[in-house]
Design a protein around this ligand. Structure first.
Ligand code: S3P
Length: 436
């Protein structure tokens, strides 16, 4: 069910100060939910993502026979022991590409009983996103997968699978994870090679659930026929949600913001390097490892004379893919601007994020040049308040809420309800740390 459209007014801020403990990482929550549903035994999770996307993953495994009980951010999943039951209705992935692609990997090896197929559906945004990228390799492993004009709805006819050696044409952690989720059930070994090391939560989660994974610098492999067992875990705070607050704090000299128990997996923490390169002071302490995931306390202070500027391309663009909208949105406030290239994938996210970032920056009075694979956002600009069209995309709504904090005048974020896809608490937590 789609939430009713709402608007949110952001008035400019004077400073950002406070401390935050953020809801669980979306990428990790998805993987723990899906594997918890698939594994044998019980999985107990705390600080599970409060976003609607991860609720879609839970809903799907429940529909496939897992026992799911939820009390806020505390989740208990009674796993199916590797055997999903035929669901009574199509599996609704909502807005969540992660649910659709990674669950497809698990389902590719599930022979429906009685014979039939698993159908996956999504909302209008998800139904426009590319799914050929999972169909091709999962088909090569032996599953039969029917798309609708390269998109969802997807019908998966699971089959006994054979491992493959596959190089992902576009760096994608979702595709890599889908193949590992299929590979753990296949005959023989599945090897996934990637040109850019994408987030490795899938590998770490499989290990946590008891699988053996072999990793090298540019590939990961898993032997088939391994069974998984439920875990107990506290999900680290979501660094991609923290990104909005980190960027907001970086804009205000005198700011001081602290995050406790934040996920700091190196494949996700590139934003901290970029903010440091822009001149912000980032401190990290209390580092711990939980189920292979690094967790720690992060402190951010803005530089006294403003952020410099930077160019993001190549490997960096792939690693920062979810943080690029907010980095572009603060670009005008930097000294020499933010240049983004090699980020064509932004066009096939929940929205065309390159087009929406450019349109909304222009609405706020900024100069910006749009490229097929990125943006040039010149620095040294001042913006005015405007009406922002989030396009129903959570990261656009939150990115422009951050830009609005430094604008002249108020900004109205249209489609602000979309923040709840990953971060329902966003506007409340923002108000808690903003000084006016
Ligand atoms: C994700 C991978 C990325 C990212 C998405 C979450 C994941 O997508 O943009 O928000 O959890 O694996 P791609 O795999 O399509 O790059």
């Amino acid at each position: 069910m789609q939430a009713a459209a709402t608007e949110h007014l952001i008035t400019p801020a004077r400073n950002i100060e406070g401390s935050l403990r953020l809801p669980g990482d979306k990428s990790i929550s998805h993987r723990y939910a899906l594997l918890g549903g698939f594994a044998a035994g019980t999985t107990r999770l705390t600080n599970f993502s409060t976003g609607a996307d991860c609720a879609s993953s839970l809903g799907c495994v429940a529909a496939l026979g897992a026992g799911v009980t939820r009390d806020g951010a505390t989740i208990e999943i009674a796993g199916t022991g590797g055997h999903f039951q035929p669901p009574a209705a199509p599996l609704d992935c909502g807005n969540s590409g992660s649910t659709m692609r990674m669950l497809s990997g698990l389902l590719a090896a599930q022979v429906a009983d009685p014979p039939g197929s698993f159908t996956l559906i999504g909302d209008s945004s998800l139904s426009r996103r590319p799914m050929e990228r999972i169909r091709k390799p999962l088909t090569a492993m032996g599953a039969r997968i029917e798309l609708t004009d390269s998109h969802a709805p997807i019908a998966i006819h699971g089959a006994p699978l054979t491992g493959i050696d596959y190089t992902t044409p576009v760096p994608s952690a979702q595709v890599k994870t889908a193949l590992l989720f299929a590979g753990v059930q296949a005959e023989g070994r599945t090897l996934v090679r990637e040109a850019v090391r994408t987030r490795d939560h899938g590998e770490l989660a499989l290990r946590a659930f008891g699988a053996t994974i072999v990793r090298s610098l540019e590939s990961v492999s898993i032997a088939g026929g391994q069974s998984l067992t439920g875990i107990e875990a506290e999900v680290p705070g979501d660094i991609s949600s923290a990104a909005f607050f980190l960027c907001a704090a970086a804009l205000f000299p005198g700011s001081n913001l602290i995050f406790d128990a934040l996920g700091l997996n190196p494949t996700r923490a590139t934003l901290l390097d970029v903010l440091t390169a822009l001149g912000a002071h980032i401190g990290v302490l209390n580092l711990e490892e939980k189920h292979g995931e690094l967790v720690g306390t992060v402190q951010v202070n803005a530089p006294p004379h403003g952020l410099t500027g930077t160019s993001i391309a190549g490997v960096l663009s792939a690693q920062l893919i979810d943080e690029l909208p907010v980095l572009a949105a603060i670009g005008p406030y930097t000294q020499s601007g933010i240049r983004i290239r090699d980020a064509k994938e932004l066009r096939v996210k929940e929205s065309d994020r390159i087009a929406l970032v450019a349109a909304n920056l222009r609405a706020m009075g900024a100069e910006v040049v749009e490229f097929e694979d990125g943006l040039d956002v010149p620095g040294g600009q001042s913006l005015h308040g405007a009406i922002i069209d989030s396009g129903g995309d959570h990261r656009i709504a939150m990115a422009f809420s951050v830009a609005a904090l430094r604008a002249q005048g108020d900004t109205l974020i249209r489609g602000s309800e979309s923040a709840a896809i990953s971060f329902p608490e966003f506007f409340d937590l923002l108000e808690g740390v903003v000084q006016r």
